[in-house]
Design a protein around this ligand. Structure first.
Ligand code: CP
Ligand code: NVA
Length: 305
Protein backbone atom coordinates (compact mmCIF):
# COMPACT_ATOMS: atom_id res chain seq x y z
CA UNK A 1 0.00 0.00 0.00
CA UNK A 2 1.23 3.49 -0.82
CA UNK A 3 2.43 5.32 2.28
CA UNK A 4 1.41 8.98 2.34
CA UNK A 5 2.40 11.49 5.00
CA UNK A 6 -0.53 13.90 4.72
CA UNK A 7 -0.75 14.44 8.48
CA UNK A 8 1.04 13.13 11.56
CA UNK A 9 -1.77 10.64 12.18
CA UNK A 10 -0.59 8.71 9.09
CA UNK A 11 2.45 7.67 11.14
CA UNK A 12 0.58 6.52 14.23
CA UNK A 13 2.16 6.84 17.67
CA UNK A 14 4.73 4.07 17.25
CA UNK A 15 5.60 5.18 13.74
CA UNK A 16 6.13 8.75 14.90
CA UNK A 17 8.50 7.67 17.67
CA UNK A 18 10.38 5.37 15.27
CA UNK A 19 10.69 8.22 12.80
CA UNK A 20 12.18 10.48 15.50
CA UNK A 21 14.64 7.70 16.43
CA UNK A 22 15.65 7.44 12.77
CA UNK A 23 16.04 11.23 12.58
CA UNK A 24 18.50 11.09 15.47
CA UNK A 25 20.47 8.44 13.62
CA UNK A 26 20.54 10.55 10.45
CA UNK A 27 21.91 13.45 12.48
CA UNK A 28 24.55 11.29 14.15
CA UNK A 29 25.75 9.61 10.94
CA UNK A 30 25.69 12.66 8.69
CA UNK A 31 28.82 12.88 6.58
CA UNK A 32 30.03 9.41 7.55
CA UNK A 33 31.96 7.83 4.67
CA UNK A 34 29.66 4.82 4.54
CA UNK A 35 26.44 6.79 5.04
CA UNK A 36 23.45 4.90 3.63
CA UNK A 37 22.04 5.99 0.27
CA UNK A 38 18.60 4.38 0.31
CA UNK A 39 17.20 6.65 -2.43
CA UNK A 40 19.82 5.69 -5.03
CA UNK A 41 18.17 5.58 -8.44
CA UNK A 42 15.04 7.36 -7.23
CA UNK A 43 13.69 10.76 -8.26
CA UNK A 44 11.66 12.74 -5.74
CA UNK A 45 9.48 15.57 -7.07
CA UNK A 46 9.44 18.54 -4.68
CA UNK A 47 6.42 20.60 -5.73
CA UNK A 48 5.93 24.10 -4.34
CA UNK A 49 2.88 26.27 -4.90
CA UNK A 50 4.01 28.60 -2.10
CA UNK A 51 7.35 30.14 -1.14
CA UNK A 52 9.81 28.16 0.96
CA UNK A 53 13.35 28.31 2.27
CA UNK A 54 13.72 25.62 4.97
CA UNK A 55 11.37 23.04 3.50
CA UNK A 56 12.81 23.28 0.04
CA UNK A 57 16.44 23.27 1.14
CA UNK A 58 16.00 20.48 3.69
CA UNK A 59 14.18 18.27 1.20
CA UNK A 60 16.56 18.98 -1.65
CA UNK A 61 19.63 18.29 0.51
CA UNK A 62 17.98 15.26 2.11
CA UNK A 63 17.21 13.62 -1.22
CA UNK A 64 20.70 14.37 -2.55
CA UNK A 65 22.43 13.02 0.57
CA UNK A 66 20.28 9.88 0.44
CA UNK A 67 21.54 9.27 -3.10
CA UNK A 68 18.37 10.27 -4.93
CA UNK A 69 17.59 13.01 -7.42
CA UNK A 70 15.54 15.99 -6.16
CA UNK A 71 13.36 17.49 -8.88
CA UNK A 72 12.04 20.89 -7.80
CA UNK A 73 8.88 22.16 -9.48
CA UNK A 74 7.36 25.52 -8.62
CA UNK A 75 3.89 26.58 -9.68
CA UNK A 76 5.16 29.57 -11.66
CA UNK A 77 7.78 27.47 -13.42
CA UNK A 78 5.30 24.78 -14.43
CA UNK A 79 1.83 24.53 -15.94
CA UNK A 80 0.25 24.52 -12.46
CA UNK A 81 0.00 28.32 -12.30
CA UNK A 82 -1.70 28.22 -15.73
CA UNK A 83 -4.50 26.10 -14.33
CA UNK A 84 -3.50 22.51 -15.10
CA UNK A 85 -5.49 20.40 -12.64
CA UNK A 86 -3.58 18.73 -9.81
CA UNK A 87 -4.99 15.38 -10.93
CA UNK A 88 -3.23 15.79 -14.28
CA UNK A 89 0.06 16.97 -12.77
CA UNK A 90 -0.14 14.10 -10.28
CA UNK A 91 -0.57 11.44 -12.96
CA UNK A 92 2.38 12.76 -14.95
CA UNK A 93 4.66 13.04 -11.91
CA UNK A 94 3.59 9.60 -10.72
CA UNK A 95 4.75 8.06 -14.01
CA UNK A 96 8.24 9.47 -13.61
CA UNK A 97 9.02 10.22 -9.95
CA UNK A 98 9.09 7.76 -7.05
CA UNK A 99 7.55 10.13 -4.48
CA UNK A 100 6.20 13.67 -4.31
CA UNK A 101 6.38 16.32 -1.63
CA UNK A 102 3.74 19.01 -2.04
CA UNK A 103 3.36 22.51 -0.56
CA UNK A 104 0.01 23.96 -1.49
CA UNK A 105 -3.02 25.80 -0.09
CA UNK A 106 -6.22 23.80 -0.01
CA UNK A 107 -6.37 20.31 1.46
CA UNK A 108 -8.27 19.19 -1.65
CA UNK A 109 -5.17 19.80 -3.74
CA UNK A 110 -3.00 17.70 -1.42
CA UNK A 111 -5.59 14.92 -1.43
CA UNK A 112 -5.82 15.03 -5.22
CA UNK A 113 -2.06 14.69 -5.49
CA UNK A 114 -2.16 11.62 -3.24
CA UNK A 115 -5.20 10.15 -4.97
CA UNK A 116 -4.00 10.50 -8.55
CA UNK A 117 -0.22 10.13 -8.45
CA UNK A 118 0.00 6.51 -7.32
CA UNK A 119 3.25 7.26 -5.44
CA UNK A 120 3.87 8.38 -1.83
CA UNK A 121 2.93 12.02 -1.21
CA UNK A 122 4.30 14.03 1.73
CA UNK A 123 2.61 17.20 2.95
CA UNK A 124 5.17 20.00 2.84
CA UNK A 125 2.60 22.51 4.24
CA UNK A 126 -0.99 23.28 3.45
CA UNK A 127 -3.32 25.93 4.83
CA UNK A 128 -4.43 23.28 7.33
CA UNK A 129 -1.27 21.64 8.59
CA UNK A 130 2.51 21.40 8.52
CA UNK A 131 3.40 17.91 9.75
CA UNK A 132 6.99 17.87 8.49
CA UNK A 133 7.75 20.93 10.61
CA UNK A 134 6.29 19.21 13.67
CA UNK A 135 8.66 16.28 13.18
CA UNK A 136 11.53 18.75 13.46
CA UNK A 137 9.99 20.48 16.48
CA UNK A 138 9.52 17.19 18.32
CA UNK A 139 13.03 16.03 17.43
CA UNK A 140 14.45 19.30 18.78
CA UNK A 141 12.57 19.05 22.09
CA UNK A 142 13.46 15.41 22.54
CA UNK A 143 17.15 16.09 22.00
CA UNK A 144 17.17 19.00 24.44
CA UNK A 145 14.89 17.64 27.16
CA UNK A 146 15.49 13.92 26.63
CA UNK A 147 11.78 13.16 26.41
CA UNK A 148 8.48 14.41 25.02
CA UNK A 149 6.13 13.16 27.72
CA UNK A 150 5.40 15.05 30.92
CA UNK A 151 6.08 18.51 29.51
CA UNK A 152 3.76 21.52 29.28
CA UNK A 153 3.62 22.70 25.66
CA UNK A 154 2.32 26.19 24.98
CA UNK A 155 1.36 27.72 21.67
CA UNK A 156 0.98 31.51 21.52
CA UNK A 157 -0.72 33.19 18.56
CA UNK A 158 -2.68 32.05 15.57
CA UNK A 159 -4.64 28.80 15.51
CA UNK A 160 -3.08 28.12 12.11
CA UNK A 161 -1.53 25.21 10.21
CA UNK A 162 1.30 24.88 12.74
CA UNK A 163 -1.16 24.90 15.61
CA UNK A 164 -3.15 22.15 13.86
CA UNK A 165 -0.08 19.93 13.65
CA UNK A 166 0.82 20.61 17.29
CA UNK A 167 -2.71 19.57 18.23
CA UNK A 168 -2.35 16.41 16.16
CA UNK A 169 0.97 15.66 17.88
CA UNK A 170 -0.61 16.20 21.29
CA UNK A 171 -3.32 13.68 20.44
CA UNK A 172 -0.93 11.07 19.10
CA UNK A 173 1.55 11.33 21.96
CA UNK A 174 -0.86 12.21 24.80
CA UNK A 175 0.78 15.60 25.44
CA UNK A 176 -0.42 18.57 27.49
CA UNK A 177 -0.86 21.46 25.05
CA UNK A 178 -2.25 24.90 25.87
CA UNK A 179 -2.97 27.26 22.99
CA UNK A 180 -3.43 30.97 23.68
CA UNK A 181 -5.23 32.53 20.71
CA UNK A 182 -7.21 35.75 20.26
CA UNK A 183 -10.95 35.55 19.67
CA UNK A 184 -11.71 34.55 16.10
CA UNK A 185 -8.29 32.99 15.57
CA UNK A 186 -8.74 29.77 17.55
CA UNK A 187 -7.68 26.42 16.08
CA UNK A 188 -10.21 24.16 14.41
CA UNK A 189 -12.55 22.81 17.11
CA UNK A 190 -12.78 19.35 15.47
CA UNK A 191 -9.00 18.99 15.55
CA UNK A 192 -9.01 19.82 19.26
CA UNK A 193 -11.83 17.36 19.91
CA UNK A 194 -10.09 14.57 18.01
CA UNK A 195 -6.84 15.15 19.88
CA UNK A 196 -8.70 14.98 23.19
CA UNK A 197 -10.39 11.73 22.15
CA UNK A 198 -6.96 10.29 21.34
CA UNK A 199 -5.64 11.22 24.80
CA UNK A 200 -4.12 14.68 24.36
CA UNK A 201 -4.77 17.25 27.10
CA UNK A 202 -5.50 20.18 24.80
CA UNK A 203 -6.84 23.49 26.08
CA UNK A 204 -7.57 26.72 24.19
CA UNK A 205 -7.34 29.93 26.25
CA UNK A 206 -7.31 33.69 25.60
CA UNK A 207 -4.65 34.79 28.03
CA UNK A 208 -1.01 34.26 26.93
CA UNK A 209 0.28 34.98 30.46
CA UNK A 210 -1.88 32.30 31.99
CA UNK A 211 -0.95 29.86 29.24
CA UNK A 212 2.78 30.37 29.48
CA UNK A 213 3.03 30.02 33.25
CA UNK A 214 5.14 26.93 33.97
CA UNK A 215 5.58 26.13 30.27
CA UNK A 216 8.39 23.79 29.23
CA UNK A 217 8.04 24.63 25.54
CA UNK A 218 6.85 27.96 24.12
CA UNK A 219 6.06 27.97 20.42
CA UNK A 220 4.84 30.64 18.08
CA UNK A 221 4.55 31.44 14.38
CA UNK A 222 3.74 34.39 12.14
CA UNK A 223 0.41 36.13 12.70
CA UNK A 224 -0.19 36.31 8.94
CA UNK A 225 0.44 33.07 7.07
CA UNK A 226 1.11 32.72 3.36
CA UNK A 227 -2.08 33.48 1.46
CA UNK A 228 -3.49 35.74 4.21
CA UNK A 229 -1.54 38.86 3.26
CA UNK A 230 -4.75 40.83 2.66
CA UNK A 231 -5.68 40.36 6.34
CA UNK A 232 -2.31 41.52 7.68
CA UNK A 233 -3.49 44.84 9.21
CA UNK A 234 -6.53 43.30 10.91
CA UNK A 235 -4.44 40.45 12.21
CA UNK A 236 -1.78 42.75 13.62
CA UNK A 237 -4.50 44.52 15.61
CA UNK A 238 -6.16 41.28 16.75
CA UNK A 239 -2.88 39.76 17.95
CA UNK A 240 -1.87 42.69 20.14
CA UNK A 241 -0.60 41.25 23.43
CA UNK A 242 0.29 37.90 21.86
CA UNK A 243 3.93 38.68 21.08
CA UNK A 244 6.46 36.36 22.72
CA UNK A 245 8.52 38.79 24.79
CA UNK A 246 11.20 38.16 27.42
CA UNK A 247 8.68 39.32 30.05
CA UNK A 248 6.24 36.63 28.89
CA UNK A 249 8.90 33.92 28.69
CA UNK A 250 10.02 34.78 32.24
CA UNK A 251 6.77 33.15 33.43
CA UNK A 252 7.73 29.83 31.81
CA UNK A 253 9.82 27.21 33.59
CA UNK A 254 13.50 28.10 34.10
CA UNK A 255 14.68 25.74 31.35
CA UNK A 256 11.85 26.40 28.91
CA UNK A 257 12.64 25.98 25.21
CA UNK A 258 11.41 28.58 22.73
CA UNK A 259 10.53 27.41 19.23
CA UNK A 260 9.56 29.21 16.03
CA UNK A 261 9.28 27.37 12.73
CA UNK A 262 10.55 30.49 10.89
CA UNK A 263 10.47 32.76 9.01
CA UNK A 264 10.13 35.11 12.01
CA UNK A 265 9.00 38.72 12.14
CA UNK A 266 11.00 40.23 14.96
CA UNK A 267 8.95 42.67 17.01
CA UNK A 268 5.69 41.23 15.68
CA UNK A 269 5.02 37.69 17.00
CA UNK A 270 8.37 37.38 18.80
CA UNK A 271 10.98 39.82 20.09
CA UNK A 272 14.51 39.66 18.71
CA UNK A 273 16.04 39.13 22.18
CA UNK A 274 13.90 36.02 22.69
CA UNK A 275 14.55 34.62 19.22
CA UNK A 276 18.30 35.13 19.65
CA UNK A 277 18.29 34.45 23.40
CA UNK A 278 19.55 31.49 25.44
CA UNK A 279 16.21 29.68 25.51
CA UNK A 280 15.70 29.79 21.77
CA UNK A 281 16.30 26.54 19.88
CA UNK A 282 15.22 27.86 16.51
CA UNK A 283 18.45 27.10 14.64
CA UNK A 284 18.58 23.50 15.91
CA UNK A 285 14.90 23.34 15.00
CA UNK A 286 15.66 24.53 11.47
CA UNK A 287 18.51 22.00 11.12
CA UNK A 288 16.22 19.24 12.35
CA UNK A 289 14.21 19.75 9.17
CA UNK A 290 17.02 17.99 7.28
CA UNK A 291 17.29 14.94 9.55
CA UNK A 292 13.54 14.50 9.86
CA UNK A 293 13.07 14.98 6.11
CA UNK A 294 15.42 12.05 5.52
CA UNK A 295 13.54 9.88 7.99
CA UNK A 296 10.18 10.85 6.49
CA UNK A 297 11.27 10.12 2.91
CA UNK A 298 12.76 6.76 3.88
CA UNK A 299 9.54 5.87 5.75
CA UNK A 300 7.26 6.95 2.88
CA UNK A 301 9.25 5.06 0.27
CA UNK A 302 9.44 1.98 2.47
CA UNK A 303 13.20 1.75 2.01
CA UNK A 304 13.83 1.48 5.75
CA UNK A 305 14.43 -2.26 5.54
N1 CP B 1 9.37 26.46 8.52
C1 CP B 1 9.20 26.38 7.18
O1 CP B 1 8.44 25.55 6.66
O2 CP B 1 9.94 27.29 6.49
P1 CP B 1 9.86 27.57 4.93
O3 CP B 1 8.54 28.23 4.66
O4 CP B 1 11.03 28.48 4.67
O5 CP B 1 9.96 26.27 4.20
N1 NVA C 1 2.00 29.49 9.23
C1 NVA C 1 3.05 29.80 8.30
C2 NVA C 1 4.11 28.76 8.36
C3 NVA C 1 5.30 29.04 7.48
C4 NVA C 1 6.34 27.95 7.55
C5 NVA C 1 2.48 29.89 6.90
O1 NVA C 1 1.65 29.05 6.53
O2 NVA C 1 2.84 30.81 6.16
Amino acid sequence: MTRHLLGLADLGREGLVRLLDASDRWLETRGAPAAARPLAGKTIALVFEKASTRTRVSLEVAVAELGGHPLVLTSSGSQMARGEPVADTARVLGRMAHAITFRTGGEDRLLDMARWSGVPVLNALTDRSHPMQLLADLMTIRRIRGRLEGLRYVWIGDGNNMAWSWIEAAGLLGLELVLACPEGYEPDARAVELARERGGRVEVVRDPERAVTGADVVSTDVFTSMGQEGEAAARLAAFEGFRVTSRLVARASADAVVLHCLPAHRGEEIDADVLEGPRSAVWDQAEARLHTAKAALVWALGVDG
